[in-house]
Design a protein around this ligand. Structure first.
Ligand SMILES: [Fe+2]
Length: 314
């Protein structure tokens, strides 16, 4: 029996977790704990471990495997009636939906889950009843902690084959709402990204274009801006490769930088994003960033020129 309020349910509550399949567990453990400042929990030996950032038992499942890519996106719904309503909605719309086993739910530390792929083949899990903990979150390096809780862990940006089909799928099946678009040129590349939200976070999901991997990047948001600079320093001094320098986005106003994870896809570490509410009006932005977020090759060019000019002077 589905409760009437569940039938009216339109949206997932939040982006609850991501699952990554990674080839180098040790590199990910260092990256997760010492660069991002998340807490390593639930070590599963050679099979992997999890990463925590708030009162949820975990926000990232790091599983050993050859893909070095996203293995699943986890979305939280209110309870069993809502999960059942979602399963029915997918089935009635002709989407292949599978019921997660008790063992699969136990592995995710949730009460129950269902699985469905989006039109680009990105695997989604919808769940209710995530395990939480009263133990305070403690980071080795991020003192201010993270903006998570009801806003979810952050956001994820994935590949989409057909942008319109992708948007329609996440709007009608997941109840996500359009935040905005960014359409522009970026150093010779065409950018066309769609941003969607489930709660006060400006976007939990964004997608655009074909990509080498399922995932382009994921983002975590620290509570203080200084944490972004501190993470940038930790990353640089650990030999990490920056993908985009410090900058601020025009839509969510996130102050952030991008780097390469040990799996080759990107991460974004940010702070200072706006929160959105009822009455939000979507728009199209004509630039990726208000300032910054440049490819680091710009700096390399400047250094090379400076060195050449020094060498010429002898
Ligand atoms: Fe992002």
């Amino acid at each position: 029996m589905i409760r009437p309020e569940a039938q009216q349910m339109t949206s997932v509550k939040q982006l609850g977790y991501l699952v990554f399949e990674v080839s180098d567990l040790a590199a990910w453990e260092h990256f997760g704990a010492k660069i991002l400042g998340l807490a390593v929990v639930d070590s599963r030996g050679d099979a992997g471990f999890s990463l925590r950032m708030d009162d949820y038992q975990q926000r990232f499942f790091i599983d050993r495997g050859p893909a070095d890519d996203l293995a699943a996106i986890g979305w939280e719904v209110e309870g069993p009636a809502e999960l059942e309503a979602f399963a029915r909605r997918f089935a009635e719309s002709g989407h292949e939906v599978t019921q997660g086993t008790a063992d699969q739910a136990a592995r995710r530390n949730v009460e129950a889950l269902i699985r469905v792929n989006d039109p680009a083949g990105n695997p989604n899990e919808i769940f209710y009843g995530p395990k939480k903990t009263d133990e305070p979150f403690v980071s080795d390096v991020v003192r201010s902690g993270f903006v998570a809780g009801e806003q979810g862990f952050g956001h994820v940006v994935v590949a989409a084959k057909d942008q319109d089909e992708h948007e329609a799928f996440y709007a009608s099946m997941f109840g996500l709402k359009l935040s905005d678009y960014i359409r522009c040129e970026y150093f010779g590349h065409k950018i066309d990204v769609t941003f969607m939200h489930a709660n006060a976070r400006h976007h939990s999901l964004a997608f655009g274009g074909g990509q080498l991997k399922r995932i382009h990047h994921f983002m975590v948001q620290a509570k203080s801006m200084d944490e972004v600079g501190l993470c940038y320093d930790r990353f640089l001094f650990s030999g990490g490769m920056v993908h985009q320098t410090l900058g601020r986005h025009p839509n969510d106003k996130m102050f952030s930088f991008y780097g390469y994870t040990p799996s080759g896809f990107h991460f974004e570490f940010g702070s200072g994003a706006i929160e959105i509410g009822e009455g939000w009006e979507s728009t199209t932005h004509g630039k990726v960033s208000e300032w910054g977020h440049h490819p680091p090759q710009l700096l390399t060019k400047a250094y090379r020129r400076a060195k050449e000019s020094r060498d010429e002077k002898g």
